[in-house]
Design a protein around this ligand. Sequence first.
Ligand SMILES: Cc1ncc(COP(=O)(O)O)c(C=O)c1O
Ligand SMILES: N[C@@H](CCCC[NH3+])C(=O)O
Length: 463
Amino acid sequence: MSRSAHPAGPRYADVLPEGGYSAPPADLNSLDPRVWSRTVTRNADGVATVAGIDVKQLAEEFGTPAYFLDEEDFRARCRAWKSAFGEEADVFYAGKAFLSRAIVRWLTEEGLNLDVCSGGELATALDAGMPAERIALHGNNKSTEEITRAVRAGVGRIVVDSFQEIARVAHIAERLGRRQRVQIRVTVGVEAHTHEFIATAHEDQKFGIPLAGGQAAEAVRRALKLDGLELVGIHSHIGSQIFDTSGFEVAAHRVVGLLKQVRDEHGVELPEIDLGGGLGIAYTSEDDPREPQEIAGALREIVERECRAAGLAVPRLSVEPGRAIVGPTAFTLYEVGTVKELPGLRTYVSVDGGMSDNIRTALYDAEYSVALVSRTSTAGPMLSRVVGKHCESGDIVVRDAYLPADVAPGDLLAVPATGAYCRSMASNYNHALRPPVVAVKDGAARVIVRRETEEDLLRLDVG
Ligand SMILES: Cc1ncc(COP(=O)(O)O)c(C=O)c1O
Ligand SMILES: N[C@@H](CCCC[NH3+])C(=O)O
């Protein structure tokens, strides 16, 4: 929410968000299809439903807070990415956004590959049957154990992130009698227009080997000399929650520039380019994300044009969307516990979860939307802040939202677009029990990640 004066008047200028507040939406009961997963709607009684199941029934059966993930929507998004990039490219789903065995099975069935960035993600992928050759291992500080497991399993590629790692992967692969396919992650020097903590290709941050100063070219030189490595390509990931294709285009241009330099220096044409993930989604009605076709068209066009100009064969392209596939497919369902009005300021609506199930608002100032979903209301708009139950004043789920003025304890609220980086970044802060993920499809709901229990917490506490 943004832009305009505080509804309570100028006296409260000090509490204004940057740019001010927007006017309340015309209809507080509507569920904007750009923000909600595809099968979310309201039934004749005004209760929101997903995949045909009403949220009151879901809350009763699975409790709150809980994430509800629309399987059909997830699969449709996988297919949209696959068909946008076509047979000449590979789509690696970024498991860090959210990973579970069910997700791995759906990805495998839909023909996507998988990017993992830890031993835990690798274990989940292999356990759920993703063929190793369709897995890429990432990370800026992979352990020797993680690299060894990945090489042993036969992963399709390891994306190396530093000079030390080039030597480390080569050494491990040689010791195991393997030749590991690797890509080198480079930093292209693009300032992605996103939050500082999720931008990854400007120069002053921890990921990748800079193109600047010839470091990436030196990394290629070293990798080409090592028997344990098969250098197959160059990787770039510029950041996350990006709406504008221009940063990807600059990255593609610079990566192709490096391929040309490698060809000119070593007579080798590297056969692959990966341009990472990062495509943004709509968290609120004000966001206007790009579609996979748009990004695919723009990337293909620039890679082909640049390669033609450089006299290079067009390399195989891959991308790693996480948020854009899983983000819009889930919402978090909460029950309202208390409603506290601060006259002239706003109303604090406390729900039964918070920063332990969605840290993004506190961490990145992320914006979310929220709706009353257990009923409709004809009450007027109330400027609200939806907060959690943790012992932190920064425990905010939705910073600025209009809710109907009659919202009361026992009502159910849902926050859409929480499929990415919410359950995967959830914590046990205040010994909160991490919520379950429930997959919904065709009128049926099943738990794919169960709710944590106090026994789970106590089992780890062995002191
Ligand atoms: C290397 C890499 N690939 C892919 C992704 C997925 O990004 P997103 O979920 O924004 O598509 C990330 C996370 O930002 C990443 O670090
Ligand atoms: N975790 C971040 C994105 C960073 C992903 C990894 N490079 C988010 O919630 O938006």
